[in-house]
Design a protein around this ligand. Structure first.
Ligand code: NZQ
Ligand code: ZN
Length: 387
């Protein structure tokens, strides 16, 4: 196991009614904040009213930034920065899915930077300081509620890139599984695929001796398979939603990746799909992941796939390794289909016209830590096999 530093400063309030803790946490930092939310789901569910009432009752004033898009766009960040500066706001509160929280994080990091916010996405060293970020997460998927990542799209240059900075880790996050009851079946399934991919991306690593990380990863993967299906079948299954939500935070708060080089092969391929076709992140990953597993089999790099097959999927360990690996890749694809995600990228609206550009950009994201090195040609092959 390599040396590591683990830093997870976010205070988590988990469970029914835990939103009552939010105002006191905000007031430790500011009584004048930016309230960021998405396209309207929080208004339909009543969460908007709940939060604005809590603000009023506790003397917190806010300016609002509504309408943050799925795959949040740099234009929303620019508008949020403008509001923070104009009204001298002292914190950013997001309510919604990962897109809303990511937008809030980049706003918080860009307020003190004089140039265009896209600059800090391209070069994180330009971040000087950050406003405190708070969130009420409403979708189990990205784990943004406990990490220092924020992914923003700039459609004018077909780019989707991440800022990584410990200072944007939320001060506190409210995780109430009931707020996720209204997530659609498709978004629930895509969120499940995203959580699983966050685990796969570090589980499939060249690191040796990471028994704790691998054991936690395998347990979380089993929970995703069980609870993802239950939540899709019965959206108001509290325990399924609760476990999925907590799994989403633990999958990508640094815990499972401690002491490992982090290759993130499928994410770098998926971010290109979202950047060109604005598709749902988790759904793209669900199609790419089994295809990438088959690539591992073609390269005869199957030891981790075998562990996953036996320890997570319960495939008979007595079978030949290649058969276990093939079955593991096949069952992973079947699982994603069984929860309602299309099996091909074409069904998600992806065409073949940008494959070369996407492969080049994905390759440029850096493959140096890749579990199995991929050339641009390999990436093209994987994209094509998903059509
Ligand atoms: O916009 P609203 O109206 O809120 O609707 C959203 C949106 O349409 C809806 N939704 C969210 N909570 C809901 C709900 N609908 C009903 N009831 C609820 N409780 O779901 C739709 C998708 O929301 P979005 O925030 O886009 O989804 P998600 O949480 O999957 O976030 C995806 C974004 O996060 C990035 C992705 O690339 C993508 O841009 N990621 C962020 C990461 C991070 N910060 O660590 C890591 C991930 O790998 C990922 O890249
Ligand atoms: Zn992801």
């Amino acid at each position: 196991m390599e040396n590591f530093m683990f830093y997870a400063p976010t205070k988590i309030f988990f469970g029914k009614g835990s939103i009552k803790n939010l105002p006191a946490e905000i007031l430790k930092h500011s009584d004048n904040v930016l309230f960021v939310y998405g396209g309207g789901s929080i208004k339909k569910t009543g969460l908007y009213e709940k939060i604005t009432n809590l603000f009023k009752e506790n003397g917190i004033s806010c300016k609002e930034l509504p309408g943050v898009e799925p795959n949040p766009k740099i234009e929303s960040v620019r508008e949020g920065v403008r509001l923070c500066r104009e009204h001298k706001l002292g914190g950013v509160v997001a309510a919604g899915g990962g897109s809303t929280v990511d937008c809030a994080k980049v706003i918080a990091a860009a307020v003190s930077y004089d140039g265009d916010p896209w600059d800090i996405i391209l070069d994180g060293s330009k971040v000087k300081s950050c406003l405190p970020v708070f969130d009420v997460i409403t979708l189990a998927a990205t784990g943004t509620e406990m990490n220092g990542n924020a992914v923003i799209s700039n459609m004018s240059v077909n780019d989707k890139k991440a800022l990584h900075d410990d200072r944007v880790k939320p001060v506190c996050s409210v995780l109430d599984p009931e707020y996720t009851f209204t997530v659609s079946k498709f978004q629930t399934a895509s969120g499940t695929a995203d959580i699983m991919s966050h685990i796969f991306e570090v589980y499939f690593s060249r690191a040796e001796g990471t028994l704790v990380q691998d054991g936690i990863s395998e347990a979380l993967l089993k929970i995703c398979i069980e609870c993802g299906k239950k939540a899709v079948d019965n959206p108001e299954d509290y325990e399924a939603r609760a476990n999925l939500l907590w799994a989403s935070s633990l999958a990508i708060n640094g815990l499972t990746g401690c002491g490992k080089p982090e290759p993130w092969s499928c994410h770098s391929m998926e971010h290109q799909l979202s950047a060109y076709y604005d598709i749902t992140h988790g759904a793209g990953l669900a199609v790419l992941t089994p295809a990438w597993m088959k690539f591992l089999i073609r390269r005869n790099n199957i030891s981790k796939l075998v562990s996953y097959g036996v320890n997570v999927l319960g495939i008979d360990a007595a079978l030949p390794d290649v058969q276990i690996a093939e079955e593991a890749a096949g069952r992973t694809a079947e699982f994603f289909c069984s929860i309602g995600i299309p099996a091909t990228l074409s069904e998600l609206g992806v065409g073949t016209e940008h494959i070369e550009d996407m492969a080049r950009k994905s390759f440029e994201e850096g493959m140096e830590n890749a579990y199995e090195p991929m050339s641009e040609t390999d990436i093209i092959e994987i994209y094509k096999s998903c059509m």
